[in-house]
Design a binder for this molecule. Structure first.
Ligand code: SF4
Length: 677
């Protein structure tokens, strides 16, 4: 029996766990005691899918329309030849590279380096574009950094928690159970704004139940109340911000009474929330995809940042701005430059000095210098015949992206597609080559959890079958394409050392240091820096924090006589992502076997629907059939379906209209009609 300490493969809460290993199997998973002694039902069973019969054990190559087993050499040879010929024929931007918030920092770093230094394109992206891309965009503009400003340990210590469009019980069970409940128990105040009365919204000080897509209105109205009642932090505004006067003029139009008409939140409730948020000793805002997945998601985040600047609740401990990152390493994937706009360390791809720095570090003079396409743009580009090839690592756009009929059409149409994953996912079924990658239990490296803490991932088992780690696979392809010297790593510590040279934020962190001291918060610029749990204590990276006035804009699709209900989507407590992993865990499937429709009793009675009835739900883009769950926790006129389930894929219905800045689709609002089956 041996023990290995590592990090959970699922959510951005980043629980550390102890694996008990016996005779080549993980026989038990326990929480690391110093880490709050908590694991949710997903984490405690996270070994159960590892030896599942469906795990890919050998590469697959499509022959005569079918995926057939092949050897590694043949698969690598085919990929290298095909990628080189597509680049030669159509140019490097004819290829798109989709990394992942579930693979390690080292793997994302190597993958984006391959796309840029070997292929020559900035068409690199990962799931951040679907979730917190709008948070990164707005926070970078307003503060100079797109990351969470405070650490998770601060959450129970904030005198006020303002939770917006975020269901912590489903998204980050540990944050819900160990941080937010502790905060309530300590007597701190909690405000929740959401379309659904989620578990966290029960028994709170203020609950603002808003119509989907109206967040800018009630957030601006809170600012209106704070200024009207003289509750703003004048000293902070004067010394640390700019743009206040223009902001003040815009929010003057957003009276609580006007906001009530648009958002449905009573004016008195908005006033109460504003007073509580502005007058505490410290207030923290936590938000999720209820805020970000809109055509105006970037504006929503600007409105949140404005509130923190107005009250001086950023750049302080126990306060701050916290976009709650969904997947375990989505923050790390952003940090590693798995984005179309930036190299590792959030350094812009269109800055010549940055390009020169990476050309020198990587020993190549052929780096691209224009911003690439987002993953949500790969699809229209593929349908137009401009993107000819896709390389996808541990992502499943055939379930996770909006308007799935268009996605699957595009996946079918691309000339060449490679997928690296654990299982033959819905996306991998469209691929020309499928490569078996190692699971979290079979690899070494780091994840960066949602609050910027860099933690060690440690292998407990050897690779299953012939599977390889993602960084090894990419290095083999690079070598076959004549660029092996750029990827001459012997292990993941080597890769991490190069990451430290690429990004000042990671410069003082090493595998050895984390092994000795535990996880470290970036920025950590030198080996004697303790790391930085709280950002912006003295100043913002852009200097002054910038107020950005925003006006309310309607969602892209409104209900009408035919499609009279608003559909919104979200997570379920028992599942993760597109269920690539949780679908293989018996307990989780027993607890939550299929998608469901939450509907208010008023609407249910109109359609004569009861809990347990089968209901067809249709939008202008497609239809699915799900089981009804009648609940007063959702507003009349609004229905909810979780997005994890490939068998009832709600993204067949969702709208692929994009936020113009972050290119995030509006999966939180679309118009639907329902009928009882
Ligand atoms: Fe894993 Fe998140 Fe559950 Fe912790 S809360 S055990 S990180 S899924």
């Amino acid at each position: 029996m041996s023990e290995v300490v590592t990090v959970c493969p699922y959510c951005g809460a980043g629980c550390e766990m102890v694996l008990k290993v016996e005779k080549g199997k993980v026989v038990e998973i326990k929480p690391l005691e110093e880490d709050d002694n908590f694991l949710c039902p997903k984490g405690v069973r996270a070994q159960e899918f590892i030896q599942h019969e469906g795990r890919l054990r050998r590469p697959l190559i499509r022959r005569n329309g079918n995926l057939e087993e092949a050897g590694w050499e043949e698969a690598i040879d085919l990929i290298a030849t095909k990628l080189a010929s597509l680049v030669a024929e159509h140019g490097p931007d004819s290829l798109g590279f989709l990394g992942s918030g579930t693979i390690t920092n080292e793997e994302n770093y190597v993958f984006q380096k391959f796309a840029r230094a070997v292929i020559g394109t900035n068409n690199v992206d990962h799931c951040a574009t679907l979730c917190h891309g709008t948070s990164v965009a707005a926070m970078t503009q307003a503060l100079g950094s797109g990351a969470a400003t405070n650490c998770f340990e601060d959450i129970p210590k904030a005198e006020v928690l303002f939770i917006i469009g975020y269901n912590p019980e489903a998204s980050h069970p540990k944050i819900f159970e160990r941080r937010i409940w502790k905060s309530k128990w300590l007597g701190n105040k909690v405000i929740v704004a959401d379309t659904r009365r989620t578990s966290v919204a029960k028994d709170v000080d203020v609950f603002m139940q808003c119509k989907p897509g109206t967040d800018v209105v009630y957030l601006n109205a809170m600012a209106n109340v704070i200024i009207a009642e003289g509750l703003e932090n004048k000293e902070f505004i004067n010394s640390r911000t700019e743009g206040f006067e223009e902001f003040k003029q815009v929010v003057a139009r957003y009276t609580p009474e006007y906001a009530e008409k648009i958002s449905g939140v009573p004016a008195e409730t908005i006033k109460e929330a504003a007073r509580i948020y502005a007058t505490s000793g410290s207030s923290a805002i936590l938000w999720g995809m209820g805020i970000t997945q809109h055509t105006h998601g970037t504006d929503n985040v600007y409105a949140i940042v404005n509130l923190a600047l107005l009250t001086g609740n950023v750049g302080r401990v126990n306060a701050g701005l916290n976009p709650m990152r969904g997947q375990n390493n989505v923050q790390g994937a952003c940090d590693m430059g798995m984005l179309r706009t930036v190299y590792p360390g959030a350094q812009p791809v269109d800055d010549p000095k940055v390009k020169a720095k990476f050309a020198q570090l990587w020993g190549t003079d052929s780096l691209p210098d224009k911003v690439g396409f987002a993953s949500t743009e790969f699809i229209p580009q593929a349908l137009e015949g401009k993107i000819k090839g896709l390389y996808i690592v541990a992502e499943n756009p055939a379930v996770s992206h909006a308007n799935l009929n268009e996605i699957t059409k595009a996946l079918d149409q691309v000339e060449f597609m490679v997928v690296q994953d654990l299982f033959l996912t819905e996306t991998a079924r469209y691929a020309d080559v499928v490569l078996p990658s190692c699971s979290w239990l079979e690899k070494d490296g780091t994840y960066t959890r949602g609050d910027r803490k860099v933690q060690r991932v440690r292998a407990a088992l050897p690779p299953l079958g012939e599977s390889k780690t993602d960084w090894e696979i990419i290095s083999l392809i690079a070598a076959k394409m004549g660029k092996g010297s750029l990827f001459a790593y012997t292990n993941t510590a080597d890769i991490f050392d190069e990451i430290g040279k690429a990004s000042d934020k990671y410069a003082g962190i090493s595998h050895a240091r984390i092994d000795l001291e535990g996880g470290i918060y970036w920025p950590c610029p030198s080996s004697d820096s303790p790391g930085t749990p709280t950002l912006h204590l003295e100043e913002f990276p852009r200097g002054l924090g910038k107020f950005t006035p925003v006006d309310y804009v309607d969602p892209a699709e409104a209900p009408d006589a035919e499609y009279s209900l608003i559909l919104t989507t979200g997570r379920d407590y028992h599942h993760f992502g597109t269920r690539v992993m949780t679908r293989k865990v018996a307990f989780l499937n027993q607890e939550s076997p299929e998608a469901y429709l939450e509907i208010n009793p008023e609407d249910a009675s109109k359609y004569q629907i009861e809990t347990g009835d089968r209901v067809k739900v249709a939008s202008r883009r497609g239809d699915i059939t799900v089981t009804a769950n009648v609940t007063p926790d959702i507003l009349p006129g609004v229905v909810f379906i979780p997005w994890h389930f490939a068998e009832q894929p709600v993204n067949k219905l969702t709208n692929d209209a994009l936020d113009p800045v972050a290119k995030t689709p509006e999966t939180k609002v679309c118009a639907v009609k329902i009928s009882k089956c």
